[in-house]
Design a protein around this ligand. Structure first.
Ligand SMILES: Nc1nc2c(ncn2[C@@H]2O[C@H](COP(=O)(O)OP(=O)(O)OP(=O)(O)O)[C@@H](O)[C@H]2O)c(=O)[nH]1
Ligand SMILES: [Mg+2]
Length: 461
């Protein structure tokens, strides 16, 4: 299936930049490069040492015109990104020169690469496994340092080696089960059922740990959704603005100012928190505001955590109490705002809405208590396990599904043994687990799956 033709792409973002890179990979990349480039000091790419650079010009071989002044590097198979011969042409970063250099390479026999095709070749040529290839996307898309760290761990094989480990434990159990099935009458050295149950228990724990790491990775990637809710005019938008450090949402003394959900992300200790300012919740006859309130309730429901804002400069109202009830068992901080004014909220009432929750007193306009809000959010969401975010790994939806499948199969195999069923049942389950983990690494992946995964990449990667 796999075509060994030579591919070419512009591997840097399209736009104006100091440099832009045209990258070629495949058997003919050196030959095509030599037809395209003339070095100032003579010589040719085929004479260049591996991983060296040379200064020259891209010349249109058909009309002799100078296209651009460039620096060329060469990385020969198998020591390259794709494990094929790779030639990179560093052009000036203008779109015309780059496009022309690429088009000429195509005229000389290269094919324009599909999105992700360079990385796909790295996978098909066995330099990286599928989960590492998928990590390339996460590295490129990382928005915070913590995300980058987690993605780099997967790229460097962190996820793969954990999966491989678990897989070899499972294989061992499988082998013993097979022996037990084939030689049920003799003692062929198979482990006792009790030992196998214990081993499967360990595998189950291991898979469980991976899923926890994966959940942390998901938090790093997608962020924690934090709904800012409360009745109108308590200072929700002011809180959003002051946490962001910019005037993002409109603030007025008129209750019912915010109508839509306004989302902005802030970073607290390397974790993205997606703050969602919402319309003040109250009964209203106004059609537009009503839609806003519905959105607020939905946001509150879907949030991972809630900042429940009340106005400390007034006694709490029925609406405040009602919202407190709506919160139910949601993770929430009670934020008592406007404490720069005389505090008129009854402590008893505040305690009533707070319950087990933590109360934080702030003034959004004066900027008081913001650190407490940030710290409170981290504690609320992670309850002391933030330290372990270092162990987060990036696991995408595909990988997570397979991990869960493996986990379920392990449990079912263990249960079959515990129930005293014949070993073949457990063996069948354990085999499913083994294969699911193999799929994470990209064993036996069909062409459709690969196409789907690599089409998510940017061009030239
Ligand atoms: N004194 C004082 N006033 C504040 C504070 N926070 C907000 N306000 C004022 O309260 C009013 C309402 O603020 P907003 O931030 O618009 O309130 P909101 O909760 O977003 O209101 P809606 O969008 O209508 O639901 C504005 O006049 C703010 O200036 C505070 O900490 N101290
Ligand atoms: Mg508002």
């Amino acid at each position: 299936m796999y075509r060994q033709d030579t591919i070419v792409a512009i591997s840097t973002p399209i736009g104006e930049g100091a440099i832009g890179i045209v990258r070629m990979s495949g058997e003919k990349s050196v030959e095509i490069g030599d037809k395209l480039i003339i070095f100032k000091r003579g010589g040719a790419i085929r004479e260049m040492a591996d991983y060296s650079m040379s200064y020259g010009q891209v010349i249109d071989p058909f009309d002799g015109q100078v296209v651009d002044e460039v620096v060329v590097s060469v990385m020969r198979a198998p020591r390259s990104y794709t494990r094929e011969d790779v030639v990179e042409i560093n052009c000036h970063g203008g779109i015309v020169a780059l496009k022309r250099a690429m088009d000429l390479a195509v005229q000389l026999g290269a094919r324009v690469a599909e999105p992700g095709e360079f990385t796909k070749r790295a996978f098909l040529n066995g330099r990286i496994d599928l989960s590492q290839a998928e990590a390339v996307i996460d590295v490129i898309r990382a928005k915070t340092e913590a995300q980058l760290r987690a993605a780099m761990q997967s790229l460097e094989g962190g996820l793969s080696s954990k999966i491989r480990n678990l897989r070899s434990q499972i294989l061992e159990v499988y082998a013993h089960l097979e022996v037990a099935v084939d030689f049920s009458d003799e003692d062929a050295g198979a482990l006792a059922t009790q030992d196998l149950i214990q081993k499967l228990g360990e595998c189950q724990k291991e898979a469980g740990k991976l899923l926890v790491d994966a959940r942390r990775g998901k938090i790093l990637k997608e962020g924690v959704k934090v709904g800012i809710v409360g009745r109108p005019n308590v200072g929700k938008s002011s809180l959003l603005n002051v946490l962001l450090g910019e005037r993002r949402a409109i603030v007025t003394p008129i209750p019912g100012t915010t109508r839509d959900v306004i989302e902005e992300t802030i970073n607290i200790q390397g974790v993205p928190f997606r703050l969602q300012d919402t319309a003040g919740i109250r009964d209203t006859g106004h059609e537009v505001e009503k839609m806003g309130v519905e959105l607020s309730l939905k946001t509150m429901e879907e949030a991972d955590a809630v900042l429940y804002v009340v106005d400390g400069s007034e006694p709490l109202t029925k609406e405040d109490l009602e919202i407190g009830r709506k919160l139910g068992s949601k993770k929430a901080l009670v934020v008592v705002n406007k404490i720069d004014l005389p505090v008129l909220a009854e402590p008893d009432q505040v305690r009533q809405v707070t319950g087990e929750r933590k109360e934080i007193r702030i003034s959004a306009t004066k900027g008081w208590g913001l650190e407490d809000v940030e710290r409170g959010l981290v504690e609320l969401v992670f309850a002391g396990e933030l330290c372990c975010l270092d162990e987060a790994i990036m696991v995408n939806a595909r990988q997570k599904e397979l991990l869960e499948k493996a986990q379920r199969a392990i449990v079912s195999g263990k249960e079959a043994l515990e129930a005293g069923m014949s070993e073949e049942f457990a063996a069948a389950d354990v085999r499913i687990a083994y294969e699911a983990l193999g799929e994470i690494l990209g064993e036996k992946s069909g062409e459709d799956l690969l196409d789907r995964i690599f089409s998510e990449f940017c061009l030239g990667k």
